[in-house]
Design a protein around this ligand. Structure first.
Ligand SMILES: [Zn+2]
Length: 163
C-alpha cells in the first residue's frame, strides 16, 4: 500500500551532513507527501521553502532535502505536494532543484553534484539564465518573478535609449 505521509521518509546524518532518505519506492509522478504549511514566514531561512512572492513555509523534515541539479523530486507549491520526478528506489536519497522554488537564497553555496547540467552556484532562480531554468519544473511564483525581472530590464533599457 502506498503511504503519502512523511512517515516513509527518514533523516540520515553523517558527519553533520543531513540527507532525506525514502523507506519505500515511488513511480514517476507519484505523490510522496504534503508540504507543511502551518508555519509561514516572510523571509527565507534554511528550514523554509518559498511558496509565493513573499511567502516561505517551514517544511519540517523536508528541510533535510538536499539540492541536486538532476533531482528526483519536485515540490509542487500549487498543490502543496512533494512528487516523484522519476522512479525512485527504496533507500534512495531524495533531492530537489532549489531554484525551482527559491528566488533569492539566504545562504548560497557551491554545488558539487557532478551532473552534466550542474549549475555550480546555487543562489536562487534570479541568478540563473532562462535557458537553465527552462530545463526544470518551476513554481508559478518563480515564473512570475522571472517575467517581472525581464519586463523591468526591458523598461530600464528603453529609458536608457530615450535618455
Ligand atoms: Zn549541481
Amino acid at each position: 500500500m502506498m503511504v503519502t505521509t512523511m512517515e516513509m521518509l527518514s533523516i540520515r546524518t553523517e558527519n553533520k551532513f543531513r540527507t532525506l532518505v525514502t523507506k519505500q519506492a515511488y513511480k514517476k509522478g507519484e505523490m510522496i507527501c504534503p508540504i507543511p504549511s502551518e508555519n509561514m514566514v516572510d523571509k527565507p531561512n534554511r528550514f523554509t521553502v518559498q511558496i509565493g512572492k513573499d511567502r516561505h513555509t517551514h517544511v519540517g523534515k523536508l528541510a533535510a532535502l538536499n539540492h541536486s541539479c538532476d533531482p528526483n523530486v519536485i515540490l509542487d507549491t500549487e498543490r502543496m505536494f512533494m512528487m516523484a520526478r522519476r522512479d525512485i528506489a527504496k533507500g534512495e536519497e531524495l533531492s530537489f532543484f532549489y531554484p525551482a522554488t527559491e528566488w533569492e537564497m539566504q545562504a548560497p553555496f557551491i554545488c558539487l553534484c557532478g551532473s552534466a547540467n550542474c549549475i555550480h552556484v546555487v543562489a536562487g532562480a534570479r541568478f540563473l539564465p532562462l535557458s537553465t531554468l527552462e530545463m526544470h519544473y518551476l513554481s508559478p511564483h518563480i515564473r512570475e518573478m522571472m517575467i517581472e525581472l525581464l519586463n523591468n530590464t526591458e523598461l530600464h533599457l528603453k529609458k536608457l535609449q530615450e535618455a
